[in-house]
Design a protein around this ligand. Structure first.
Ligand code: FES
Ligand SMILES: [Fe+2]
Length: 359
């Protein structure tokens, strides 16, 4: 696939529903675009880095990566949440290497030490260095905020308000209350495909009958709907209860895909967050965090086990198809394809946002 700039410019024009086509294969196969995506997409959007329960006490520190930039989020002495570039002003070492609790941020490399407000407080053996003043150094700050107990960071200071991004989600899923869910555990998957292959796949139910026979029994494909909002697409379906192995309570399955790389899979009594992180242009890390309304009773423990087994089965089916799609994209045989406007409006919405951010 050529990376001819004119051709690319054509593909980055917003695609209209009457001629909806996919992003070009080169955006999935050419390593040069990943840095642009990090800078233009990941550093300009809110990125989920953890849960407030991980930053409860003053001194709690949470490390993450946002686009190209390592980040450390902290709870300061005065109880504020702050986020800094995890890049020491001396020679770019890390001021935090893992989630931790400490009164200061001390660089792993030569021990320069910053307060939890990001100000350099001491720098060993620098006293005799001419024209050096600790007061002149501080860690660059990133924006940090919370929504429903989740912690988000944005590198760009002009990020939209988090309420704008998540507009109406809380109201739509009521009476489900995400704030009342408790963290259970994390699963990680590594997939041999570009991150957008995984996103595209999540954004449509078109593949359900072909890729997920088990899930198709649980969801009603005919009632499966996709709705679009400014920052996310929302797929939902009633859970069908004619299946004797049904492990979830009555209600709806809500699938939110928030631009660019966050998924909220909400079922009655359970929430899964998926964060999709590119690890090179053809490898992707998926972080699944599981939350439940109640984690203690025997019935819940059984439900949790079944939920995990079932999610893992679906995930393996998705991994398998995504890796095959990447092979197809790499083949040189394919440039772009048409999208189904009955089933793939979420894909079009996502890909148009990618186009908009990359232009
Ligand atoms: S790089 Fe941080 S102290 Fe040297
Ligand atoms: Fe799937």
């Amino acid at each position: 696939m050529s990376s001819d700039p004119d051709k690319l410019a054509k593909h980055l024009k917003i695609a209209q529903p009457d001629n909806a086509h996919t992003l070009p294969a080169s955006l999935y196969t050419d390593p040069q675009y990943l840095t642009q995506e990090f800078k233009k997409i990941f550093e300009n959007t809110w990125q989920l880095i953890g849960h407030e329960s991980q930053l409860k006490k003053s001194g709690d520190q949470l490390v993450a990566q946002v686009g190209c930039i390592p980040i450390v989020a902290v709870r300061t002495q005065t109880g504020q949440l702050k986020a800094f570039h995890n890049v020491c002003r001396h020679r770019a070492g890390p001021v935090a290497v893992e989630n931790n609790n400490n009164k200061v941020l001390r660089c792993k490399y030569h021990g320069w030490t910053y307060t939890l407000d990001g100000e350099l407080r001491s720098a060993p053996e620098m006293e005799t260095t001419p024209n050096f003043d600790v007061c002149q150094y501080h860690l660059p700050q990133a924006k940090i905020t919370t929504w429903q107990g989740f912690v988000f960071v944005c590198i760009n200071k002009d990020a939209p308000a988090i309420e704008t991004v998540f507009k109406n989600i809380k109201e739509t899923i009521a009476p489900i209350d995400l704030k009342s869910m408790h963290y259970h555990h994390t699963d990680e998957y590594t997939i041999n495909c570009n991150w957008k292959v995984y996103m595209d796949n999540y954004l449509e139910g078109y593949h359900l009958p072909h890729v997920h026979p088990g899930l198709s029994k649980l969801l009603d494909y005919r009632s499966y709907k996709t709705e679009l909002a400014e920052w996310y697409s929302y797929q939902h379906s009633p859970i069908t209860n004619d299946n004797e192995n049904n492990i979830y309570a009555d209600g709806d399955a809500h699938y939110y895909c928030v631009f660019p790389n966050l998924m909220l899979n909400i079922l009655p009594n359970r929430l899964q967050t998926n964060v999709i992180l590119p690890d090179g242009h053809d490898k992707t890390k998926i972080i699944f965090d599981y939350y439940y309304a109640d984690t203690d009773s025997e019935t819940t423990k059984k439900l949790i086990k079944e939920d995990l087994d079932f999610s893992d089965e679906i995930q393996q089916e998705d991994i398998d198809i995504c890796e095959k799609v990447q092979i197809g994209l790499n083949s040189g045989s394919y440039e772009t394809g048409r999208l189904c406007m009955k089933r793939e409006t979420g894909v079009l919405h996502f890909q148009n946002m990618v186009r908009q951010f990359l232009r």
